[in-house]
Design a binder for this molecule. Structure first.
Ligand SMILES: Nc1ncnc2c1ncn2[C@@H]1O[C@H](COP(=O)(O)OP(=O)(O)O)[C@@H](O)[C@H]1O
Ligand SMILES: [Mg+2]
Length: 358
């Protein structure tokens, strides 16, 4: 089960649009998907044609009452797609849980107890970094940060990154960050400048898919339909389908991250005759590479070969000295999970380090 939160403190940058349409595109690929609406405005619920006022239970009850499980508040939307709705009372959670211990782990606890399992849980966050967003982040392994061409949106992106780093430092919770360019109009210089800025500073975590400015997205949401249903031949429908494909293509790595909690299989880079042996367990991956200073951080890097046990490895002669490196698993850049030696790079991300002595 991959748990993704869609976060940015800036309102209107496309969190809900992305949550709804990505969820529908994944469901179309026969993935079992649950949308968790963590925004008291309930836009994700309404955008999926579910009016929270018509139901007895919502995310408020799930978070506030120990006896209410997610399964009891979940409503089927369409084939392979369910939603756990939110209504305006959800706003009270921030205040009501203020002094309660474990308040930022309530959603995580409920997701872990859920009876039904999903391939994807997509959490639509409110436009602020308060307790609701903290709950979403603590429950997620991955996050998508939609950024529209505005400086507030970029600012929001920096804030989310800071929050995620805080979670890592304070409670050791690692979240994989992905940035999604949304609402882009290739014809304006402003769009191009912002895209350039994101690529420059967040290139590693950028999703390949870009969502264009598409008027029909708003119309679809107001009819309570994802674009894939409202207008399947629309450009945005194709882009969300591509986004789903991009994420599905990265499942290899994320299935590993769940297993890793059970225990590491082997440890880090090894100095062997002929160079350094790089290895990583990624049984479902299609393509694994290692890149670093020794090849100018090229995207090609050096390809690893898959062994029967799902462990990918290769030996590279990188010469003597200290070297920084990262793996690229199906296009996702990651540090070596089995190597504690890391250096924070200029983008605030960690590179793994190996020392080769003559
Ligand atoms: N790619 C896009 N093209 C056109 N309109 C968009 C796009 N993404 C979002 N919107 C519109 O912008 C508004 C805000 O989007 P929304 O997803 O609700 O943002 P958030 O959840 O971050 O507040 C909505 O009316 C939505 O339909
Ligand atoms: Mg929203």
């Amino acid at each position: 089960m991959r748990i993704l939160s869609v976060v940015n403190q800036k309102g209107g940058c496309g969190k809900t649009t992305v949550s709804i349409n990505l969820a529908a595109a994944l469901a179309k690929r026969k993935k079992e998907v649950l949308v968790v609406d963590m925004d008291p405005q309930g836009h994700a619920s309404l955008g999926l044609n579910i009016d929270p006022e018509d139901y007895d239970r919502s995310m408020y009850d799930v978070l506030m009452h120990s006896g209410v499980e997610i399964d009891q508040a979940t409503i089927p939307v369409s084939e392979h797609l369910d939603v756990c709705p939110a209504s305006v009372v959800l706003a009270a959670v921030e205040q009501e849980l203020k002094d309660k211990p474990g308040r930022e782990k309530r959603l995580l606890a409920k997701l872990m107890r859920m009876r039904r399992t999903y391939d994807y849980v997509i959490i639509d966050c409110p436009p602020s970094i308060g307790l609701l967003t903290f709950n979403a982040l603590t429950a997620s392994n991955e996050t998508i940060i939609p950024v529209d061409p505005s400086f507030f949106s970029l600012h929001g992106l920096h804030k989310v990154r800071e929050t995620i780093e805080l979670l890592r430092d304070e409670i050791g919770h690692e979240i994989h960050i992905r940035v999604l360019a949304n609402n882009c109009n290739s014809r304006t210089n402003f769009s191009r400048d912002i895209l350039y800025e994101i690529e420059n500073f967040h290139g590693d975590s950028m999703l390949r898919t870009v969502i264009s400015h598409t008027v029909k997205l708003k119309e679809a949401a107001s009819r309570g339909q994802p674009i894939a249903k409202f207008d399947p031949s629309n450009r945005a429908a194709k882009e969300f389908s591509a986004l789903a494909e991009e994420l599905v293509g990265q499942e290899g790595f994320f299935k590993v991250s769940e297993r890793r909690e059970v225990g590491n299989v082997f440890q880090g880079p090894q100095i062997v005759p002929g160079g350094v042996r790089f290895a990583i367990e990624a049984p479902h991956a299609q393509d694994v590479r290692v890149t670093g200073e020794f090849c100018n951080w090229s995207y090609e890097g050096y390809a690893l070969q898959r062994g029967d046990d799902g462990v990918w490895s290769t030996v590279v002669d990188i010469g003597d000295g200290q070297h920084e490196y990262r793996f690229i698993i199906d296009g996702v850049w990651v540090k070596d999970p089995n190597n504690h030696e890391c250096i924070t790079n200029e983008f605030g991300q960690e590179n793994s380090v190996v020392n080769v002595q003559a």
